[in-house]
Design a protein around this ligand. Sequence first.
Ligand SMILES: Nc1ncnc2c1ncn2[C@@H]1O[C@H](COP(=O)(O)OP(=O)(O)OP(=O)(O)O)[C@@H](O)[C@H]1O
Ligand SMILES: [Mg+2]
Length: 230
Amino acid sequence: MPSLADLSEKALPVLEQFAGRMLAVAIRTSVWNSRVAAGKSVADCSAGDFIAAALPALRSYVKGNALANCQRELSLALEAGGEVIPAERFDARAAGAADERALTIVINGEADLVRVRRETRGLCSRLAYNPTDTVRCCTVVSELARNIVQYAFNGTIELREVSQPARGIGIVAMDSGPGIPNLEAILAGGYVSKTGMGRGLIGSRAILEQFEATTRVGEGTTVRGIFRAR
Ligand SMILES: Nc1ncnc2c1ncn2[C@@H]1O[C@H](COP(=O)(O)OP(=O)(O)OP(=O)(O)O)[C@@H](O)[C@H]1O
Ligand SMILES: [Mg+2]
C-alpha cells in the first residue's frame, strides 16, 4: 500500500487545479490531521481512504460540478477505481459497530458496477439470503450504482450489515454530482426519462425500507435505505 506522502504528492497537483495552491495545501494538511487524530497509519494509506479523508475539506472549498470533477480526477490520479474499503477504515465512527460488516465501494465508471454487484452478492450470501432476495438486493444496489455512473460519474456505495430494528443490509449511495432538480416529480411517478426507463429510483423505493433520497442541485445526491429479506 502507498504511504500518505506518496498519495499527497500525486493528489496535490489535482487539488491545486481545483482549489488553488493555498487551499490544496490546506486540504492535504486536513487529511494528515484527520488520519493522525483517528490513530491511523501514515506509512500505509489506501487511495480510497485518502479521498474519503479529503472529502470534508474538499466539500467546503470546491463546489458544484467542479467538486465532482475534482473527485473524479483525484480517483484517477490515485488509481482508486473499484477499490473496496472496509468501513472501519473508511469512517472512524463505524469503529464502534465492530460486529457489523460494512464496506464502501468507490465508483468511477462502468467497470466498477461489476465490483458492486460482486460485493453485494457476497454480502447476501454471508447473510444466507435466498436467490430471490439476493436478486432483489443486487437489483437495488446496481440501479443506484448505475445512476452514479450515468449521471454523477463517480461516488460511493456503502453496504452495511444492520441488526436493528431487524436484520438487513443498509445501503447508502452517495455522489457529488449535479443533483436531481426534479426529484419530487420522479418519486411521484410522473417522470418520463430520456436516458432510461425512469424506474431506478421508484423501483428502489418499492424494495427498500426507510428509503430516503436527498439532493442539492450542484452539490450531489444521497440515497439510502435498508434491504430486508422477505
Ligand atoms: N445520482 C444521480 N445524480 C443526478 N441525477 C440523477 C441521479 N440518479 C438519478 N438521476 C436523475 O433521475 C432520473 C431518474 O432516475 P432513475 O434511476 O429512476 O431512472 P433512469 O436512470 O432515468 O432510468 P432507469 O430506469 O434505466 O434507471 C434520471 O433520469 C436522472 O435524470
Ligand atoms: Mg437509473
